[in-house]
Design a protein. Structure first.
Length: 242
C-alpha cells in the first residue's frame, strides 16, 4: 500500500497536486537545496489551502546538524499544522546530539528522518529513528544532478532499507529524482511513500512549475489508496526504544 507524495512550493502547486490526486502534499523550496524550507507563513498558507484534503509534510531546510537550531526549526515547522516534519541527516555536525534533543523535547511530533543515498550517515539511521520515536524514514538523494536513487543504490539495497525500516516499525518512503520509469521497479518493494518533484514539473525540471499532465501520469502508475485505509496504516508513535 504505497502513497504518492508530491513536493510543492506554494499554494498554486498544492492545488495542482491535489487535482492530480496526490496522497501527501510535501512542502519545500527546491531552489534552496535538497530539502529547502519554505517560510513558516508560506507553509501555513498551504496548510489552510489544502484544508484537510490530503496529509501534509514540510522540510526544515538543508540545516547543519546543530542541536539547538535543529530543534527550533522542527518545532517552528510543526507549529504550522503539518502532519509530518522532515529532517535531513546531512553529513557532518552532531546528528546524534540533534536526535537526542529531539527525543527529549519534540516527542509527540511526527518526525520523518531523511537519509541520503549519496551522502549516508556514519551510523544506523533506521535504528536511531526508532530509538528517538520518529514516525519514519525516507531514502532520498542530496545532490540533485539528475541521477536518481537507483543510480546510487542497487534495487536490492533499496529493498533492504525498506525491509529494515518496516521491521523497526517505521513508515518508509523512497524519493530522489525518481522518474516514471522507476515506479515499476520500486512499487513491488511496497514502500509506504514514493516521493516526486522533477518528474511532476514542466520539462522534468525540479525548479519549474508543477505540470498537471505530468502529475497525473505519475498518479496513474501508483494505485490509489483510500484515505481511510492509508490513515489506518500509519503506525502510532511508539516510545523511544533506546
Amino acid at each position: 500500500m504505497t502513497r504518492f507524495l508530491a513536493s510543492v512550493r506554494n499554494v498554486a502547486e498544492a492545488e495542482t497536486a491535489l487535482v492530480a490526486g496526490v496522497d501527501i502534499v510535501d512542502l519545500k523550496d527546491p531552489a534552496k537545496g535538497a530539502l529547502g524550507a519554505l517560510a513558516s507563513d508560506a507553509i501555513a498558507s498551504c496548510v489552510a489551502a489544502v484544508a484537510g484534503r490530503a496529509e501534509l509534510s514540510a522540510t526544515v531546510g538543508d540545516l547543519p546538524l546543530e542541536p539547538a537550531p535543529v530543534l527550533s526549526a522542527v518545532l517552528r515547522t510543526a507549529a504550522t499544522g503539518v502532519d509530518y516534519v522532515k529532517l535531513g541527516l546531512f553529513p557532518g555536525g552532531d546528528a546524534r546530539g540533534c536526535l537526542s534533543l529531539l527525543a527529549q523535547e519534540a516527542r509527540g511530533l511526527r518526525l520523518m528522518l531523511v537519509v541520503f543515498a549519496d551522502a549516508p550517515p556514519g551510523f544506523d539511521a533506521i535504528r536511531e529513528a526508532a530509538c528517538v520515536g520518529a514516525s519514519g524514514v525516507m531514502l532520498d538523494t542530496a545532490c540533485k544532478d539528475g541521477r536518481s536513487l537507483l543510480h546510487h543504490l542497487s534495487l536490492d539495497a533499496v529493498a533492504d532499507f525498506v525491509a529494515e525500516a518496516r521491521a523497526a516499525g517505521l513508515l518508509v518512503g523512497l524519493a530522489g529524482s525518481l522518474r516514471a520509469v522507476d515506479v515499476p521497479h520500486l512499487l513491488p518493494l511496497e514502500p509506504d511513500l514514493l516521493g516526486f518533484r522533477g518528474a511532476l514539473c514542466r520539462g522534468g525540471a525540479r525548479g519549474a512549475a508543477l505540470d498537471t499532465s505530468a502529475s497525473a501520469a505519475i498518479r496513474a502508475l501508483i494505485p490509489t489508496v483510500p484515505r481511510a485505509v492509508a490513515s489506518a496504516a500509519v503506525p502510532e508513535l511508539a516510545p523511544a526504544l533506546c
